[in-house]
Design a protein around this ligand. Structure first.
Ligand code: 6R9
Length: 648
């Protein structure tokens, strides 16, 4: 990738300083950057003291077998004790841990004292089912409190969990059960999705037929729908958990004891089981949740809208917030059930102060219209977060204006399943933010942008995002495949972690993410980022969302092909397409002008909401579609293809 070509196509001049009162009372100030720069390991050793250790560590990082890291290796602790029991011991048992809101409108309030009893009972039940430290447990649940309780119960027993997103098929579940060699699966009859019960247990039954190693299936009754039952294998949660003692003594485990495996699909090959361990992971999720959201556990109400099946749900629903004693909202369903204001109704109802969501959701809300959030009282919000994809500057501005009353700071947090916790982000009481930029590494994190030859690029140039020093919550390996760990992350640039994302530095040295490297386009010798062209399109008032791909082209190597979703009311005339092409040319220069623009009703997304450009490339190049199994809705592709009379 050549430097000059990825360089700042998009110029963003808007700046937003932190609100004065937030800055004055911020948990973390600019001093943290200085402290961490002066003594990075000392900084992390200090953050590790946020946790309660049965044996406090005397070592910080052991990098002698790089890139296989050990953090706090001689320390011992129990994660569930840190997330639950210690808060109760500190007199906070009556504090609400979870405000659960089911999609049909049922609710449950769970205090830390209740959470301690539930987690203890579940740990006792799993012990009765034969689960021992080191055994893997698969969790395939809807977004109900039992999902968090099950994760904590596994952590309490030192049994690594492998959470599989409830929207995945029997096939995906079977592969993951098999790879992790899980002998116990925790699931539910079903969950509520878009106003209807949606079954889960049949997928487990089907998966188990293919992998005959599962001894027990623990089933939560959520929807009451009919389920097939195998008496020797299946047990109801309410039968076995309810009759257990609510006392359970947590055992301390080594800091490097495995905490969980979480599979990422990647673009090719079998899913990678990303392995996270105990002490370093909990240290960094706890610290980042405290620093980036400025969490004040006595008064804040935190809400992360992710599913626990993704890393965002692991780190910022389960482990980060609970290790910090936060009060949080857990919502089961979709944002538009039963109406498109459901999220804002929840913010108003619980007085949510910190909201963490994804660009895909923000763009959907933009499309639905400004008048919807305007009907609700969102004045409790004081910090807004974004994660999952680059956030287009216009979506950022919409989020700030329509959700954040034009005053609430936005933290755009870049990280990955592999990094375990946030890596790049503004700090809400410190950073002057720029719409669309994750800006800079957090204190204690070392990241930069390099060119093809691993040289750091100067300000104003683009290349690849790399992490140059190990960090506490880093993946330790790919489960069962050390070689793939080395090949995927550590072989592209010697001694540096290759994240697979394109990035650029602006003239101030701030970092902008440009999308996955596989998605960068090559047009007439210039590398052009899909993210930047998409952002230029979204900055047009008639466009809510855009996905851009490079299609093979005899003249220009690749030609830019854009799929756009129009905002409510805009009509897709020939004139509009020309207007959009001209708009991109004006913003980014003629080189970035899309050759084709196609208005569509929906875009193909992964189940975690990321746009699947690979499939759009197949369409733009008139190929049969590749693997569509990770799509949320494969009929979207039929709709798009139907719109292509004179395909590329
Ligand atoms: C946390 C999570 C990781 C990939 C990552 C990047 C993209 C995530 C981003 C972002 C730009 C952000 N990504 N956050 N890109 N700005 N703030 O999403 O993990 O599902 O493993 O995805 O998501 O491309 O490499 P995961």
């Amino acid at each position: 990738m050549s430097n000059e070509s990825l360089a700042n196509l998009l110029k963003e001049e808007r700046r937003f300083p932190p609100p004065a009162d937030l800055a004055t009372h911020a948990n973390v100030t600019a001093a943290a950057y200085e402290q961490a720069a002066a003594d990075r390991l000392g900084f992390w050793a200090e953050q590790a003291r946020r946790l309660s250790w049965a044996t406090p560590p005397t070592q910080t990082l052991d990098w002698s077998n790089a890139p296989f890291a050990k953090w706090f290796a001689d320390g011992r602790l129990n994660v569930a004790y840190n997330c639950v029991d210690r808060h109760v011991e500190n007199g906070l048992g009556d504090r609400v841990a979870i405000h659960f809101e089911g999609e049909p409108g049922d609710t449950r309030t769970i205090t830390y004292a209740e959470l301690q009893r539930e987690v203890s009972k579940t740990a006792n039940a799993l012990t009765e089912l034969g689960v021992r430290a080191g055994d893997r447990v698969a969790i395939y649940l809807p977004m109900v409190p039992e999902a968090v309780i099950a994760m904590l119960a596994c952590a309490r027993l030192g049994a690594p969990h492998s959470v599989v997103f409830g929207g995945f098929s029997a096939d995906a579940l079977a592969t993951r059960i098999e790879d992790a060699d899980a002998q116990v699966v925790i699931t539910a009859d079903g969950g509520y999705r878009r106003g209807k019960p949606s079954a889960l247990k049949p997928a487990v039954d089907e998966a188990i037929e293919r992998v005959d190693r599962v001894r027990h299936v623990l089933v939560v009754r959520r929807t009451g729908q009919e389920v097939a039952w195998n008496d020797s294998r299946d047990v109801w949660w309410h039968d076995i958990v309810e009759r257990q003692s609510d006392q359970h003594t947590p055992e301390a485990f080594d800091a490097e004891h495995p905490l969980f495996i979480l599979y990422t699909s990647g673009t090719t090959g079998k899913p990678k089981g990303i392995l996270h361990t105990t002490g370093g992971y909990l240290t960094q999720v706890s610290y980042t949740h405290h620093a980036v959201f400025d969490l004040k556990p006595e008064t804040d109400v935190f809400w992360c809208t992710a599913d626990v099946g993704w890393v965002t749900g692991h780190s910022y629903i389960a482990y980060g917030p609970l290790s910090n004693g936060a009060t949080q909202v857990l919502y089961e369903g979709t944002p538009d059930t039963p109406h498109q204001g459901r999220w804002w109704e929840i913010v108003q109802k619980y007085g949510v102060t910190i909201l963490y969501t994804a660009p895909t959701a923000i763009r959907a809300c933009m499309k639905w219209g400004d008048d919807i959030p305007a009907k609700f009282d969102l004045s409790s919000l004081r910090v807004l977060g974004s994660v999952g994809e680059p956030i287009n500057p216009e979506a950022w501005m919409w989020y700030r204006k329509h959700i954040g009353a034009d005053a609430t700071p936005i933290v755009d947090t870049w990280w990955q399943t592999e990094t375990g916790a946030m890596m790049l982000s503004p700090l809400p009481g410190v950073t002057e933010t720029k719409p669309g930029s994750a800006q800079m590494p957090l204190p204690g994190i070392a990241a930069t942008v390099v060119d093809d030859d691993a040289n750091e690029v100067p300000d104003g140039a683009g290349g690849y995002l790399v992490l140059t020093e190990p960090w506490p919550s880093m993946l330790r390996t790919i489960w069962g495949d050390d070689q793939r760990y080395l090949d995927t992350y550590w072989s592209r640039f010697e001694g540096k972690y290759f994240a697979g994302d394109g990035a650029k530095k602006d003239d101030d040295g701030d970092i902008w993410l440009l999308g996955r490297v596989d998605d960068v386009m090559l047009v007439s010798g210039h590398n052009i980022s899909t993210t930047e062209v998409e952002s230029a399109l979204v900055s047009h008032p008639k466009v809510a969302e855009a996905a851009v791909v490079g299609a093979t082209d005899p003249q220009t190597t690749q030609a830019i092909c854009a799929f756009v979703i129009l905002r409510g009311g805009a009509d897709e005339s020939e004139g509009l397409v020309e207007e959009l092409r001209a708009h991109v040319a004006k913003h980014l220069g003629p080189i970035a002008k899309p050759k084709r623009i196609l208005p569509v009703a929906e875009l193909p997304k992964t189940r975690s909401g990321k746009i699947m450009r690979r499939l759009l490339r197949d369409i733009a190049e008139n190929r049969d579609l590749g693997d569509v199994t990770t799509l949320t809705d494969s009929s979207v592709m039929d709709l798009i293809q139907a719109k292509l009379p004179s395909a590329a």
